[in-house]
Design a protein around this ligand. Structure first.
Ligand code: AAL
Length: 422
């Protein structure tokens, strides 16, 4: 309902008149103007939380709240997306030699994957999962939008070395002038029992390599019966407290629905030994790992799985994470550009962009994943009000209809209606 010019002026005058009173708002009910600080009055659990759990009572002022914007990348060919070439699970982006570097899982197979459920059909040329029979490749960029693929960084080692079946899901660490790539090292086709693998590492004096495989497992699977007994995924190192804090994901429970949680392993040397934190898991939700130093602590993007999916979390000690913001359309398997990831900073500045993936990109057959760029404002050095908006507007009903009812769900509804004699 359009307000008349007169009505608008009246409202502005009213607000202006009541403004001074607003500051010193001694109202019976909760005041109209949202107090920036926690008001000295009895508050509901929700209002208490609004002042206790978040950086600010409004998401616009919450440094750990953001929306995400996406850009298609230039420079990568996917063979008409026929499933023979895939790029996924990008590492953090680093800036060296005047350009940006990123590493990722690269599969180039004669045929498309058969899928996890048909892993028994996989062989030396037929991949099971989208990340089976893969290598770690890298690309560089001047601007983070157009990338030049440079080729292989870590190839599959000969059998029976760790990773002979597939080397995937890598992340980069810079430590004392040397570079380290941590990655999942598969010794069997993913899907045979589960997505089982430990973590291995390769090192180099330059981001352009050559990379030397350490050839040993650095983050082993947990003991039988432990939460991370089968899979150590998405190794993600940052430097904190003069040590390497490596976060990782594991797939637990499996009734058969898997629960994804994240753990922490700490080392004083990139080649280990890594000690798993006694409080693991330290994040009870999420999927791929994405973290960055923030203020005196560590912030985490927690996507997709678990009670706390699609939250941004913060731990002042890098261990005890609490929800700091709730958002949507978060980047999947985000590899952010984190300028202070390896500087041993005691006051992290945050992030504004990175690469992520969509896996699979165009439905489940053929299985092909693509890389994309995301931008956001989770930085203490940027103030982008557009990124602090909330509630995406999906201006296409098909955005919703593509998430339609399954046949089984329709049958359940129909049965329910028949039971009501409708
Ligand atoms: C990803 C990551 C790991 C899993 C698979 C490939 O999203 O969590 O890398 O193994 O899926």
């Amino acid at each position: 309902m359009m307000k008349s010019k007169k009505q608008t002026i009246a409202l502005v005058v009213l607000i202006a008149l009541s403004l001074p009173a607003a500051v010193a708002q001694d109202t019976e009910a909760f005041p109209f103007w949202l107090p920036k600080e926690k008001p000295d009055r009895e508050l509901s659990a929700a209002m208490n939380r609004n002042y206790e759990a978040y950086d600010a009572p409004r998401p616009e002022d919450n440094e750990l709240y953001t929306q995400f914007r996406y850009t298609e990348l230039k420079g990568f060919d996917y063979n008409n997306y026929d499933g023979t070439i895939t790029r996924r699970d990008p590492s953090k982006v680093i800036y060296e030699n005047g350009k940006y570097y990123v590493w990722y899982t690269y599969r180039n197979t004669k045929v498309k994957p058969v899928g996890l459920r048909r892993a028994a059909e996989a062989n030396d040329t037929i991949p099971s999962s989208d990340w089976d029979l893969s290598e770690i490749w890298y690309a560089t960029s001047e601007d983070g939008f157009t990338w030049e693929e440079q080729g292989v960084a870590v190839p599959r080692p000969p059998k029976p070395e760790v990773g002979w079946r597939s080397v995937t899901t890598t992340d980069i660490l810079k430590w004392k002038g040397k570079y380290y790539l941590y990655y999942q090292g598969f010794m069997e086709a993913s899907g045979l029992r589960g997505d089982d693998c430990p973590v291995a590492v390769s090192y180099a004096d330059s981001p352009d390599g050559p990379w030397t495989a350490h050839g040993e497992i650095v983050i082993p699977n947990g003991a039988p019966g432990e939460w991370d007994q089968y899979s150590i995924h998405d190794p993600y190192p940052i430097v904190r407290d003069g040590k390497i804090y490596l976060y990782y994901k594991s797939d637990a429970d499996g009734d058969p629905r898997l629960v994804r949680m994240q753990g922490l392993a700490i080392a004083e040397d990139p080649l280990g030994p890594f000690t798993k934190h006694p409080l693991n898991p330290v994040i009870n939700s999420g999927h791929e790992t994405t973290l960055f130093p923030f203020r005196e602590g560590v912030a985490a993007l927690v996507i997709k799985d678990g009670n706390e999916h699609f939250t941004i979390q913060y731990a002042p000690d890098g261990v005890n994470f609490e929800i700091a913001a709730i958002t949507e359309l978060m980047p999947i398997a985000a590899g952010p550009y984190v300028p202070d990831a390896f500087t041993n900073t005691d006051y992290g500045k945050g992030i504004t962009w990175g690469l992520s993936h969509l896996a699979p990109a165009f439905g489940w057959d053929p299985l092909v994943s693509i890389l994309m760029r995301f931008d956001c404002d989770l930085s203490l050095e940027v103030d982008d009000p557009e990124m602090k908006a909330h509630g995406y507007y999906h201006a296409d009903p098909n955005f919703y209809y593509q998430h339609g009812l399954s046949k089984k769900q329709r049958e359940r509804i129909k049965k329910g209606q028949e039971a009501k004699g409708k």
